[in-house]
Write a protein that binds this ligand. Sequence first.
Ligand SMILES: CC(C)(COP(=O)(O)OP(=O)(O)OC[C@H]1O[C@@H](n2cnc3c(N)ncnc32)[C@H](O)[C@@H]1OP(=O)(O)O)[C@@H](O)C(=O)NCCC(=O)NCCS
Length: 223
Amino acid sequence: MAGVAMPRPYEVELESLGGKVRVEFLSQRYVDLIRSFNAGENGEEQTKFARSKAWDSHKRCLSTVFVVLYENSLVSYFTLSPFIVSLKIRKDMPEKRRELVEDLKARLVELLGMDIEYSSVPTILLGQFGLQREYRGRGIGGEILAKVVKPYAVLHAAQIGGVGLSLHAKKEVAKRFYLNPKKNPLAGGFQVVSKGGTYELFYPFVAEAMGVRKALIEQFGGK
Ligand SMILES: CC(C)(COP(=O)(O)OP(=O)(O)OC[C@H]1O[C@@H](n2cnc3c(N)ncnc32)[C@H](O)[C@@H]1OP(=O)(O)O)[C@@H](O)C(=O)NCCC(=O)NCCS
């Protein structure tokens, strides 16, 4: 598989932080850092995962963990893994849920420029995402989402198949962060797939994934 690279450690400037962060695939040298991660209040799930599960599940390919570092401190971590969004319309589906799925399907058909005969489509799941507590509340999360999580998800999608980013968030976090354009540059692109105490959100990135896929196809010979 010459030429097909995993996302490399890379650096990106975050205006909200006033400096460059480095993004790395979790490895032995960051185990102590991830085990001391603390997202603070309302981030207990992310703290628990980082401390007790991240390294074990990363080694076993149950998820893929990336760390975001600023100088020698851990700013954030996130996990990516394959996922699917169901496009199945069942007869017993509540009207509202059916409408959301129909909207999503229509949007995907338009973006893909072809009909979808599948009952589900592959996506990349942002399973865990959290900021260390001292970095929260400064707009850093939105910048990491747009400048780090999305490009990494696009790269994975182009390699294994995937047409967008999926995530589950508590209703309050979905409304105040993921769907809020003041907090997150991707907000306008998110589609709500299901509502409730937890929201399932989907951010299609068909054009970007197709762009990287085209480059891969060319690498393998032929345009
Ligand atoms: C959610 C998170 C990634 C956002 O990054 P951030 O840089 O702190 O984002 P911002 O400062 O731009 O704004 C976050 C907004 O979401 C709110 N928010 C963040 N976490 C929240 C939570 N767990 N519950 C409710 N609201 C939350 C903040 O209060 C803020 O809204 P406000 O300004 O109206 O108060 C970060 O706050 C975090 O790590 N939170 C804890 C873990 C978490 O909830 N992760 C998301 C799981 S899907």
